[in-house]
Design a binder for this molecule. Sequence first.
Ligand SMILES: [Zn+2]
Length: 326
Amino acid sequence: MNPLIRLSIILFALLGYSAFAAPARLAIVIDDFGYRKSNEEQVLQMPAAISVAVLPNAPLSQEMARKAYQSGHEILIHMPMAPLSKQPLERDTLRPTMSKEEIRRIIAQAIHNVPHAKGMNNHMGSAMTADLAAMKLVMQTLSHYQLYFLDSMTIGSSKSILAAQGTSVQTVKRNVFLDDDQNEAAVSKQFNQAVKMAQKNGSAIAIGHPHPNTIKVLQQMLPKLPANVVLVPVSALLPSAPLVDYPQHHAPDTEKTKKPATLPDNQLAATQPIQFVNPCPTQESLNKINPSAAYSTLKNLLGYSPAVWSIYSYLTYCTVSPPVKH
Ligand SMILES: [Zn+2]
């Protein structure tokens, strides 16, 4: 069969199929970075699509933020905010009674202490985030720095989303806490709930901490993520984020974005750039269609559906270039 006709048939078949096969997007954030070096370094060994939230006044804040950046992870400032309950607080915890100037100073210092941050989420904060006036001051400050806000949802009556209205700050909410109960079985159950929520709603955000059992569960379960779920950084779930072209991790030019060894292909797609190919010149022989270039075109048209990739791989290897036997 003419290769162009064959490609067209595949294209139209996959267009119909892909409408039902768009992968669900799951963002996982590991909070409280800055205190437990070896645990946090284990998190940084995980897929780069895992985001990390760094406390701004911890002993290792700058060091861990730099390491996270170098390994391609998205970074959030884990901003201490006042809780309703009495408990030991981090230095420069934001409180509802603070003035605009004080909130600005503390956020500016936090941005300095956590280099390369793209967003902010709250550490504790059941009192602060429930205060609309105070959260408006936070959002007005964040709008000057182009940081998004992930509401950790430590209280159901949080006003963060309302407070951001009328500003340029984009907001998202946490859906699942992975390790309120640090028991391994409990963390696994929460992880599965986050996966199911992503599959049901199209996306989900889970927050965990660098506890040994959380790390263990993630190491075991991330490589086994269902094929229809893709791991993404938090910024991929912002209202303005494109559905298919997930933002690239901002590793420095000299540092190649980490390609996680254990990450399945469907998740690697989220960390790889879309490559556009030039249209085939009509005067060229139709037999010169290159399978990889054709796949790039299909990828751009159809998105990163693993199901699409599976079908295309099968059709390509069975009809264009048989796999090499080792
Ligand atoms: Zn925290």
